[in-house]
Design a protein around this ligand. Structure first.
Ligand code: DAT
Ligand code: MG
Length: 138
């Protein structure tokens, strides 16, 4: 059983809406281990590194602005195949159509929604996880 680590962010909308606890409850119920957790207020440079793969895309600037709109919670999370497992728990990127039972499907609001307001981030590969954990936890 490959024990992995991944980076999870509860994004500014999740923190502002008071959903951090509900999201952590799902993570803990799944059995994942919290290795480290902290409240973060990233500067633009940190976010440019984190979202480097999306530079130049139409949603890039609004995404960075949104991520600087308030604090996030950064979590170093460990577990068996946790990289893929957390993304399954999070649901697909657009909350409008994310499956019920997922964080984005259950908590993503249908009204006034922007795709970037999808509550959580999870690394998408072992390479991304290593890179992102270095950015957020050093
Ligand atoms: P994910 O967060 O599911 O890994 P991603 O890496 O493709 O998705 O995109 C990063 C974030 O950018 C995503 O959480 C929300 C935002 N985003 C992605 N596609 C978007 C789009 N078409 N319009 C607006 N925001 C988008
Ligand atoms: Mg991604």
């Amino acid at each position: 059983m490959p024990i992995e680590e991944t980076l999870v962010l509860v994004k500014p909308d999740g923190v502002a809406r008071g959903l951090t606890g509900a999201i952590l409850a799902r993570i803990e119920a799944k059995g994942y281990a919290l290795v480290d957790i902290r409240l973060v207020e990233p500067d633009r440079e940190t976010l440019e590194r984190h979202y480097a793969e999306h530079e130049g895309k139409p949603f890039y600037e609004p995404l960075l602005e949104f991520m600087m709109s308030g604090p996030s919670v950064a979590i170093r999370l460990a577990g068996n195949r946790v990289i893929e497992g957390f993304r399954s728990l999070a649901g697909t990127t657009d909350p409008t159509t994310a499956a019920p039972g997922t964080v984005r499907g259950d908590f993503g609001r249908d009204w006034g929604l922007k795709v970037q307001q999808n509550l959580v981030h999870g690394s998408d590969s072992p390479e991304s996880a290593a890179r992102e954990l270095e950015i957020w936890f050093g």
